[in-house]
Write a protein that binds this ligand. Structure first.
Ligand SMILES: [Zn+2]
Length: 263
């Protein structure tokens, strides 16, 4: 499996991806909003785009579909419940479905509601696993829920699915938000030296050659995986004085998600 992360350099800071079979050169494009950049990258690598995967229905993820299909005839795959929101869907996905790319690539569809209620993450069970997580998980952050999502569902997705993935899983999100997210982590947890060091290291990085985190790094720098940190809880109590003595992780997650909206 070969992964190409494509930086769109647009105002929304989208990342698009090509996932290719090293044997046949067939490729799947994840959320190819910048269809021209995706097509150029595929051509340069000698790949043929045969499938499009939309992680979810938002326009900054689906807006390149029509042009990409017109140029390649690629099939559109998305969550089975997105059929009335994404035009021209060829295949509706449910949890556990397998997507093959060429001969060598197999991706598992994870049903990951929260950012929207029809959101798919793709998991590659390669030697080093990889997760294409759309707007569910960002580097050092979590997706918002104010365009068709639900914070409680997002918490369930984090706790029951994402947190259980192997430490070494490489994280490929739908947007480059790492700098801003690290600032939020440090606002919530000022003594997080890992987040501080990473912010110093990545400030002003070229998103065209972005640092790729792993799940174990996310567990260190992503507030939404640090729900038991005494500092996170103490700081949260400053904002929410009626927070219980030993708040459960769900409560901490929901309060953090709420704060992030106003931050
Ligand atoms: Zn979105």
């Amino acid at each position: 499996m070969i992964v190409k992360q494509i930086w769109t350099a647009n105002a929304y800071r989208n990342f698009n991806y090509l996932i290719a079979c090293s044997d046949t050169g067939e490729a799947l494009a994840v959320d190819p909003l910048d269809h021209e950049k995706c097509l150029r990258a595929a051509k340069a690598a000698g790949w043929t785009i045969t499938q499009i995967l939309n992680t979810h229905e938002h326009r900054d993820h689906t807006g390149g579909n029509d042009a990409m299909v017109a140029k390649t005839g690629a099939k559109i795959l998305a969550h089975k419940n997105a059929r009335d929101k994404i035009a021209g869907m060829d295949r509706g996905l449910a949890a556990g479905d397998v997507i093959k790319v060429g001969k060598t690539v197999e991706l598992e569809a994870l049903d990951t509601p929260g950012h929207t209620m029809s959101h798919i993450c793709l998991l590659a069970h390669t030697d080093q696993p990889a997760l294409f997580c759309g707007d569910t998980l960002f580097n050092a952050g979590a997706g918002n829920c104010h365009n068709g999502g639900h914070p409680a569902e997002l918490y369930n997705t984090f706790s029951e699915q994402l947190a259980r993935l192997p430490d070494g899983t490489r994280i490929y999100p739908g947007h480059d938000y790492i700098e801003n997210n690290l600032r939020f982590t440090l606002d919530r947890e000022p003594d997080n030296t890992n987040a501080r060091d990473m912010l110093a290291r990545l400030s002003g990085q070229d998103p065209g050659n972005a640092f790729v985190t792993t799940l174990d790094i996310e567990r260190q720098i992503n507030t939404f995986f640090r729900l038991q940190s005494p500092t996170v809880i103490a700081r949260l109590r400053e904002a929410f004085p009626d927070l219980p003595d030993k708040p459960d992780q769900r409560t901490v997650f929901l309060k953090l998600r709420e704060l992030r909206n106003t931050w």
